[in-house]
Design a protein around this ligand. Structure first.
Ligand code: ADP
Length: 468
């Protein structure tokens, strides 16, 4: 394993956290900008107000500017307020800074603006004192009253506007950090367990109760994957056991008969003939078993290799009926075909044949004597044909009905083997129907017979339509 790889939960955590940080930073920036503008506007209004107040006080004090300004500043909290009064020509009439010489002030940005729009403000370094000021100039009767505060004071104020807000964001981030890390940690744990499981599959080191997952959707998915894995493993084991079991009986019988023949050189001809016939019948059974297994195998593994052609179902059924006629006659079984003459399905001939042939063979083998078989193409729509295949024989008990399509499942094991059944007939039927994009169900009342109801797509090469 790569030691420097970032785990999924860490990646999830850091990407969500980075996103959160990004959003918070944008929000803070926006908020700071707004607060800044608000503070600037407040400062503007305050200084403009000071200018008007100064004008009034100076007028009241018979134009004793210095005394008026001193009086005014003593009343306010900003002791470092700089006041300048400029006459219409730009000459500085008064300034309370330490500077001793003043040039023409009409070219100052805030003054220019005030001359044009009654009021102007600017943030700049004073050419006279060298200090960075925030200036607000007000034009009253062509005289400019200008109040200014050192910039540091303003920035300090603007920056410390709402520290509570910053604390709030900080606490929120902390909470978010904790919640997010817990959340990603739990996801990470589930994923790590699932990864362990996947790695253990490779080495086949999995026991049934190894894995517990949280009670959420991810847990459900993981639990399902594991359950499916166990089911598949059980099925695989069962299937291997079944195959071995099915092969064992005929092979050991053949071996036994051959041994008898080989060990008894003076066996009479009728007995020898008898044992050879037994051998032949067991080897036929083996051949059937291998044939059925290979059909199922092909359906499982390489269904794309089946040829597709137009198959006339009615003709095929008449053919099957004819092939089975002797067996049916022996058991006094009759049959009716209710299939329209030109019913054509585009599919694989041998699979379609297997479907109907297996159902016929089963009905003949299990339904019993004096029974009747009916094949009914009872419904059709644009894409599908629907069939009912029924007999009125012994039927199948409910508890078996669900399992008859399973591989090697037989209702009456002994009887089925004796008849030559492989236990694969109905699995082939089901898989062949699935190949033709159809479905099959079985209904039965014990003593009244079995009905198989199934559908077949008219053209199994056609893609599913949107409406399906
Ligand atoms: P088999 O090779 O044993 O015939 P199938 O898969 O074809 O295997 O059938 C499974 C079991 O279903 C059979 O063993 C039989 O007991 C039962 N079965 C199938 N068709 C019928 C039927 N028409 N009537 C009664 N039982 C049936």
């Amino acid at each position: 394993m790569n030691r420097y790889r970032i785990s999924f939960s860490q990646r999830l955590f850091w990407s969500i956290f980075a996103m959160f940080l990004g959003f918070t930073a944008c929000f803070l920036l926006f908020q700071y900008q707004r607060e800044h503008e608000f503070a600037e506007e407040k400062l503007n209004n305050m200084l403009d107000n000071y200018n008007h107040q100064l004008y009034r006080i100076i007028s009241r004090n018979n134009n004793d500017i210095a005394a008026s300004v001193r009086l005014f500043i003593s009343d306010i909290s900003q002791k470092d307020l700089r006041v300048t009064i400029i006459d219409p020509q730009g000459k500085v009439l008064f300034d309370n800074s330490d500077a001793s010489e003043f040039n023409n002030h009409n070219n100052r940005v805030e003054v220019k603006k005030a001359r044009l729009q009654q009021k102007g403000f600017a943030l700049r370094k004073s050419k006279t004192t060298g200090i960075k000021y925030y200036y607000v100039a007000t034009n009253i009767g062509n005289y400019i009253y200008r109040s200014a505060l050192p910039w540091e004071l303003f920035t300090q104020k603007a920056l410390t506007i709402d520290t509570r807000f910053i604390y709030f964001i900080g606490i929120m981030m902390l909470i978010f950090f904790v919640v997010l890390s817990r959340f990603t940690f739990s996801i990470g744990q589930t994923i790590a367990r699932l990864r362990d499981f996947a790695l253990n599959i490779k080495s086949d080191r999995i026991s049934d109760n190894d894995y517990h997952f949280p009670n959420d959707e991810l847990g459900d998915i993981s639990q399902n994957i594991i359950t499916l894995y166990h089911q598949q493993r059980k099925l695989k084991r069962q299937l291997t056991q079944n195959v071995a079991h099915e092969l064992k009986t005929p092979v050991s019988s053949i071996q036994g008969y051959l041994e008898t023949i080989l060990n008894n050189k003076d066996l009479d001809d009728t007995k020898r003939q008898f044992f050879l016939e037994r051998c032949y019948s067991q080897s036929t059974r083996l051949a059937y078993l291998l044939r059925d297994m290979s059909v199922l195998n092909r359906l499982d593994e390489a269904s794309e290799l089946f040829d597709v052609a137009e198959v006339n179902i009615s003709t095929m059924l008449t053919e099957i009926e004819k092939e089975c006629s002797q067996m049916m006659e022996d058991k006094k079984i009759t049959s009716t075909l209710k299939i329209r003459e030109n019913l054509v399905i585009k599919g694989n001939y041998s699979l379609l044949y297997s479907i109907f042939r297996n159902l016929f063979d089963n009905a003949i083998a299990y339904a019993g004597e004096n029974t009747h078989i009916e094949v009914d193409g009872f419904k059709e729509d644009e894409d599908y044909c629907y069939f009912k295949f029924s007999d009125n024989g012994v039927g199948i008990a409910k508890e078996h009905l669900e399992r008859i399509f399973d591989r090697f499942y037989r209702v009456d094991k002994g009887r089925s083997r004796k008849i030559g059944g492989t236990g694969l007939g109905l699995s082939i039927v089901k898989n062949a129907i699935n190949y033709h994009k159809g479905q099959i169900t079985a209904e039965s009342i014990l003593g009244k017979g079995v009905t198989f109801i199934f559908s077949l797509k008219k053209d199994c090469t056609k893609k599913e339509s949107e409406a399906d």
